[in-house]
Design a protein around this ligand. Structure first.
Ligand SMILES: Cc1ncc(COP(=O)(O)O)c(C=O)c1O
Length: 362
């Protein structure tokens, strides 16, 4: 399963789903029904599982778009059992979710899960296609907790197998478990962050898989200016030029997901040199120092020159992890924050295959 929830971790759900479909993945995973509907509206035909909660009054919508739901609430199962039959005879596909120790969604307890599965299997409107759970600490070096979760899940899965219940898809692993403990995965991996080329944590065994980030965040200088000594930069003039300085304005800000909390911490790469972002990051703009490194080569920086905020330019690199460290968060959040407003350019090899600009769809 390719996890394309949260706009494919900021990468753009439709394009990533198309690419995953092209690769022949078996399933797409999203968090909300609306995300699944967006993909169906874009013509995606691959099975989609909504990993999060789907309300009882939305079940017929899910069924009519052939969207599979995670099921773990008695009242939702009861609502499924009174669904009017679909004219094409289609059943609502469900994957039953067990809480094996994440404490988030899912049925807790072996007997409770087994009885929930049995009840669901008796509902003619429902097809129980899967059984799954989610690990809370798979990205840690110490696997003791994950082992305990696996044991609980495995007991249920074993019972299902021994009873001969026809539930073909048994799944437990996210990226971290897929990398470190694939023997505790079942028969489908739910890959998110690793599919985008990032490691789920510093503790997973990086020797097992070489990942390369899929996404870069690039902008360009839209105004080069020289400010005199004492000139304030941005709201609150948190940065004041100590001498005459060359500064560039970049058309990206916190509304794009380039967090204001990066103020005073972030850097950009211009002409292959890392240089600080100066002053408060605004909603739609921020400023970058162009002195001294960036002006060393080839005369002054000009409007239109590329600035890399995440990714590589020349020999310099800013990783998603670097930005996450500056923000005191994890790489996942940095990429998920990147707003829909940012145009996304998709390349395969050196070929541009799609450009998405949701604000300027023609
Ligand atoms: C239920 C579930 N499965 C799989 C994933 C994918 O996780 P990862 O991005 O760590 O591979 C997530 C993401 O948080 C999830 O919530």
């Amino acid at each position: 399963m390719a996890s394309v929830k949260a706009n494919a971790y900021g990468h753009g759900a439709v394009e990533i789903a198309r690419e995953a479909e092209r690769f022949g993945v078996d399933y797409l995973g999203v968090a909300f029904l609306d995300e699944a509907l967006q993909l169906r509206q874009a013509g995606i035909q691959t099975p989609i599982l909504v990993l999060g909660f789907v309300a009882a009054d939305a079940l017929s919508v899910a069924r009519s778009h052939n969207i599979t739901i995670a099921l773990f609430r008695e009242d939702v199962l009861a609502a499924a059992s009174v669904l009017t039959p679909d004219h094409s005879g289609r059943r609502l596909k469900v994957h039953i979710k067990m809480d094996s120790g994440m404490g988030r969604l899912g049925v807790i307890g072996k007997d409770e899960v087994l009885s929930f599965i049995e009840t669901a299997m008796k509902v003619p409107q429902v097809e129980v296609e899967g059984l799954f759970t989610h690990y809370a600490r798979a990205d840690e070096a110490d696997k003791e907790y994950t082992q305990r979760q696996y044991n609980r899940f495995h007991e249920v899965a074993e019972h299902v197998r021994q009873q001969g219940w026809p539930i073909p898809i048994i799944h437990a692993a996210n990226s971290a478990a897929g990398i470190d403990t694939p023997q505790w995965a079942g028969n489908m991996l739910r890959l998110g962050v690793s599919m985008y080329g990032l490691y789920p944590s510093d503790e997973v065994n990086r020797q097992r898989i070489a990942l390369e980030p899929v996404m870069s965040l690039k902008t360009e200088v839209v105004m080069v200016k020289t400010v005199p000594a004492g000139w304030g930069i941005s709201y609150g003039t948190r940065y004041v030029a100590a001498q005459e300085e060359c500064i560039g304005t970049l058309p990206i800000g916190y509304a794009d997901g380039y967090s204001r909390m990066l103020t005073g911490k972030a850097q950009g790469i211009i002409r292959g040199v890392k240089t600080p972002i100066l002053g408060t990051i605004c909603m739609d703009q921020c400023m970058i120092a162009l002195d001294p490194a960036a002006t060393e080569s080839d005369g002054n920086v000009k409007n239109g020159e590329e600035v890399v905020l995440i990714g590589r330019q020349g020999d310099s690199v800013i990783t998603v992890g670097d930005v996450a460290d500056q923000l005191g968060t994890i790489n996942y959040e940095v990429i998920c924050m990147l707003a829909a407003r940012l145009p996304r350019i998709y390349v395969r090899g050196d070929q541009t295959i799609a450009i998405q600009n949701p604000l300027a769809q023609s």
